[in-house]
Design a protein around this ligand. Structure first.
Ligand code: ASP
Ligand code: MG
Length: 410
C-alpha cells in the first residue's frame, strides 16, 4: 500500500471548521487505499501572536524558551486534527516532533534536522492509523525542544517523506500551485504543471514565498519530489521534481517579484584589498542579510562605489553598522534609499540558451523602466528597479516572454 505524506499550512487549519475539512481530506486519502501521514502547521496567525507576547515580556526572549513557546502552536493543531479524524470514524494518533523521533542540532529557533527515527510512526501506519505530526519542531539528543525556523513545517514534511520513503509528498496550501508570477501582480499568470527543484529555489528565494527555501533545498539534496496544491479545492497542483531533459527547452519558467527592498551605496571607497571585507564584515556582524552586490571598476581617482540591496526593514541597522566603517576605510559616505524592488526571470533553460538578459532589458526599455542594478546566476537574471515601476515591469516582461500562453520554447 502506498504511503502519502501530506502537509497542511496555517490557513488550511486556520479554524476548527477548516480542521474538520482537512480531517475529511485525510480520511478520503486513506479510504482511497493509501497510508497517510499528515504534517500540520500552527493555525494561521498563532506563531506571530505567540512571538508578539514573548516580545511584550522581553526585548530579547531566551531562544530556548521561544522554542518551548512556539512549539505549542503546532502541538495544538495536531491534537485537534487527530480528534476531528477520530470523531469522523477513522483512527488517528498525534505526534509532537520529539515523539516523531525528529532529532535536531541544538541551534534554538533555527535548528537543523540531524536524524529521523520513523519506527514508531511506521508501526502506527502499518496498524492502519493515520499519523499526525507537528511541523516545525524537533528535539535535541538531550531532549530539548527545538524549532526549525519560520515556515519550517514544509521542511518537516519533506524530511518525513524522505525518512518514511513515501511514495508521494503533497504540500497543501492556500494557492493552487506555483505560478509563472504572482497573480496579484500579473493577472494572467499561469499555474505551472511542473518545475525543477532549482527553479523553485530561485523563485522561492526571490520572493515567491510559496515554500520555505530550506525545505526545497532539502528536497533537491535528497531527491524528494513533491506537489504544491490547494487545500480548498481538488485542482491538481504543481509538481516540483528533478530536472529532466525536456525542461531545458523552456528558457524562462517564471518571474519573481520582491518588493520592500532598499539600496545602499558606499561612495568613493579606496580601491585596495580589504575594504569590501570590512564593509561586509560589519554588515554580517549586525546580522544584516545582503542580496545583490555591485562594485564598480575603480575611477581614475583610485576609488570605487560599492552598492548592495537588502530588505528595507534592515536599513537602519545597516546604516548604523556602516557609518563607522566608511570613516575608517576612508570612503566618502553612505547613501541609502528604500523604495526599490527586484524582478527576476528564472529558468534552467538559460544554461543552454543565450539572449535572455538582452530580451529582458529590451522589454524593460520598451516599458520605460530604468534598471538600477543587474545580477545573474546560471539560471536567473535579476534587476533592481524603482518599486513604483514593478507592476508595469512584471506585466511587460511576463507578456514579452509569452508566459501567459505556455512557456517560450527555445
Ligand atoms: N508555524 C510556523 C511559522 O509560522 C511554521 C510553519 O507554519 O511552517 O513559521
Ligand atoms: Mg508556511
Amino acid at each position: 500500500m502506498s504511503l502519502i505524506v501530506q502537509k497542511y499550512g496555517g490557513t488550511s487549519v486556520g479554524s476548527t471548521e477548516r480542521i474538520r475539512r482537512v480531517a475529511e481530506r485525510v480520511i478520503a486519502t486513506q479510504r482511497a487505499g493509501h497510508r497517510v501521514a499528515a504534517v500540520v502547521s500552527a493555525m494561521s496567525g498563532v506563531t506571530d501572536t505567540l512571538l508578539g507576547m514573548a516580545r511584550e515580556l522581553s526585548p530579547r526572549p531566551t531562544e530556548r524558551e521561544l522554542d518551548v513557546l512556539l512549539a505549542t502552536g503546532e502541538q495544538t493543531t495536531i491534537a485537534l486534527l487527530a480528534m476531528a479524524i477520530n470523531a469522523a470514524g477513522a483512527r488517528a494518533v498525534s505526534f509532537t516532533g520529539a515523539q516523531a523521533g525528529i532529532v535536531t542540532d541544538g541551534t534554538h529557533t533555527r535548528a537543523r534536522i540531524a536524524n529521523i527515527d520513523p519506527a514508531e510512526m511506521q508501526a502506527r501506519l502499518d496498524d492502519g492509523e493515520i499519523v499526525i505530526v507537528a511541523g516545525f519542531q524537533g528535539r535535541t539528543m538531550a531532549g530539548q525542544v527545538t524549532t526549525l525556523g519560520r515556515g519550517g513545517s514544509d521542511l518537516t514534511a519533506i524530511a518525513l517523506a524522505a525518512a518514511l520513503k513515501a511514495d508521494q509528498c503533497q504540500i497543501f496550501t492556500d494557492v493552487d500551485g506555483v505560478y509563472t508570477c504572482d497573480p496579484r501582480i500579473v493577472p494572467d499568470a499561469r499555474k505551472l504543471d511542473e518545475l525543477a527543484y532549482e527553479e523553485m529555489l530561485e523563485l522561492a528565494s526571490s520572493g515567491a514565498k510559496v515554500m520555505q527555501s530550506r525545505s526545497v533545498e532539502f528536497a533537491n539534496k535528497f531527491g524528494v519530489p513533491f506537489e504544491v496544491r490547494s487545500s480548498f479545492n481538488d485542482n491538481p497542483g504543481t509538481h516540483v521534481i528533478a530536472e529532466h531533459m525536456s525542461m531545458e527547452n523552456v528558457v524562462v519558467r517564471g518571474l519573481s517579484v520582491e518588493k520592500n527592498q532598499a539600496k545602499v551605496t558606499i561612495t568613493a571607497v579606496p580601491d585596495r584589498p580589504g575594504t569590501a571585507a570590512s564593509v561586509f564584515n560589519a554588515l554580517s556582524s549586525a546580522a544584516v542579510v545582503v542580496d545583490v552586490i555591485v562594485q564598480n571598476v575603480a575611477h581614475v581617482t583610485g576609488a570605487t562605489d560599492i552598492s548592495f540591496t537588502l530588505n528595507k526593514d534592515d536599513l537602519d541597522a545597516a546604516r548604523a553598522a556602516l557609518e563607522p566603517v566608511a570613516r575608517e576605510i576612508g570612503a566618502k559616505g553612505v547613501e541609502a534609499k528604500s523604495g526599490v524592488a527586484k524582478l527576476s526571470v528564472v529558468g534552467i533553460g538559460m544554461r543552454s540558451h543565450s539572449g535572455v538578459a538582452a530580451k529582458l532589458f529590451a522589454s524593460l526599455a520598451a516599458a520605460g523602466v530604468n534598471i538600477q542594478m543587474i545580477s545573474t546566476s546560471e539560471i536567473k537574471v535579476a534587476v533592481i528597479i524603482e518599486e513604483a515601476d514593478i507592476t508595469r515591469a512584471a506585466r511587460a516582461v511576463h507578456a514579452d516572454f509569452g508566459l501567459a500562453n505556455g512557456p517560450l520554447l527555445a
